[in-house]
Design a binder for this molecule. Structure first.
Ligand code: BDR
Ligand code: CA
Length: 356
């Protein structure tokens, strides 16, 4: 294939939000085999549900994970780093992993080891990974990766500290992200870490506000989508065990503490998998069966509602009476796509497929 033709195809695919490595293609002028890959960048506070989400992306057919950036959240950042490396190695994937921020922008670090285990992976005694992190900081890597793959899909599975710093440092580059699927928040419903807020947003609400105010096109997947029938219930656990691959057993074993904690914390039966739900929607947008765009703002000052994702669900933010609180947001015109409903069967089927 002529290089100008290759460049033209590359541009066309970029416009579609995908890119392709044309150097891999056969050269026949009649039947070029075009195999477009979607480029993903994943930011994660890698604990048990993050690990399962990473597996789903790493094993999805038309997706290439260009980089994994790790942030403090469920576990201290160095533990998250180990867990991300361990998971990529389990998948046999060769993806660069970068160490990011060790705590929120303005607050003390908070962890969720009560939920995911001391090591974040259910305290199963997994060995240390063989590989190590790349030398660059996650925020630099994030900006560089977005520059190299404009239109890429950014999936965030943890507090938004790394992403906020990238936005502050290079807002123009970060605005070229094609989709940003955020596992975070609770849209017009209860939180999981406080009555008002979901963990990822609650940990670093200041970062979340920067990201939700930015030009990045956000699709918010709140924790409520992973509740009730979306939990991995006894029959689902049996079905996954029956797949009988190392990945299938890992997905269940590393969520051992979550199985117990989910019951204690939320009275939910089964394993709650918020990150895999968000990843499923990132991989296959049809898995979100109802979504709409709204102004969304983040509470950063109240103790009572810290980290609440306030969704202008019935479009009243623009009224005069709300000018003081919402004027700036409304003027910016920046809305967030809120995912309201999940195709649970499709989610579980994608999950099982990724573990075979
Ligand atoms: C989110 O918080 C973490 O515990 C999970 O990994 C997920 O990202 C759910 O609130
Ligand atoms: Ca997470």
């Amino acid at each position: 294939m002529e290089s100008s033709e290759a460049a033209r195809l590359d541009r066309e695919f970029l416009a579609l939000g995908v890119s392709c490595n044309l150097s891999l293609f056969p050269t026949s002028p009649l039947t070029p085999i075009i195999s477009p890959m979607r480029n993903f960048l994943i930011d994660t506070d890698t604990a048990s549900d993050d690990a399962v989400a990473l597996i789903m992306a790493l094993r999805y057919d038309d997706v290439r994970v260009e980089a994994i950036t790790v942030v403090s959240g469920n576990v201290p950042v160095d533990q998250g780093l180990k867990n991300a490396l361990y998971t990529t190695e389990l998948c046999g994937a060769d993806v660069p992993v970068y160490r990011g921020e060790a705590g929120p922008l303005k607050r003390e670090a908070e962890y969720a080891q009560y939920y995911h285990g001391e090591d974040g992976l259910g305290d199963q005694g997994y060995p240390d990974p063989k590989g190590s992190a790349q030398p660059h900081h996650a925020v630099d890597a994030m900006i560089d990766t977005v520059r190299r793959f404009p239109g890429l899909t950014l999936v965030t599975l943890g507090p938004l500290t790394n992403v906020a710093l990238a936005v502050q440092r290079d807002p123009e580059t970060m605005a070229t992200v094609g989709r940003c699927v955020v596992m975070g928040g609770a849209a017009c419903t209860v939180g999981n870490v406080s009555p008002a807020a979901e963990f990822n947003i609650w940990v670093d609400p200041d970062a979340a506000k920067i990201v939700f105010d930015s030009a990045i096109p956000i699709e918010m997947v709140g924790w409520e989508l992973s509740r009730h029938e979306a939990n991995i219930l006894a029959q689902d656990i049996e079905d996954i065990r029956a797949i009988d691959t190392p990945l299938a057993h890992f997905a269940i074993d590393c969520n051992d503490t979550v199985l117990k904690a989910n019951l204690n914390e939320t009275a939910g039966a089964g394993i709650s998998l918020p990150d895999p739900v968000a990843m499923a929607i990132a991989l296959d947008p049809t898995i979100c069966t109802r979504k709409s765009a709204h102004f969304v703002d983040i509470e950063t000052s109240s103790e009572l509602t810290r980290g609440m994702t306030v969704v202008d669900q019935i479009n009243v933010a623009g009224r005069d009476r709300n000018h003081a609180a919402w004027g700036k947001k409304v003027l910016s015109g920046r809305k967030t796509t809120v995912c309201w409903e999940l195709d649970v069967a499709a989610f579980k089927s994608l999950l099982r497929k990724s573990l075979t």
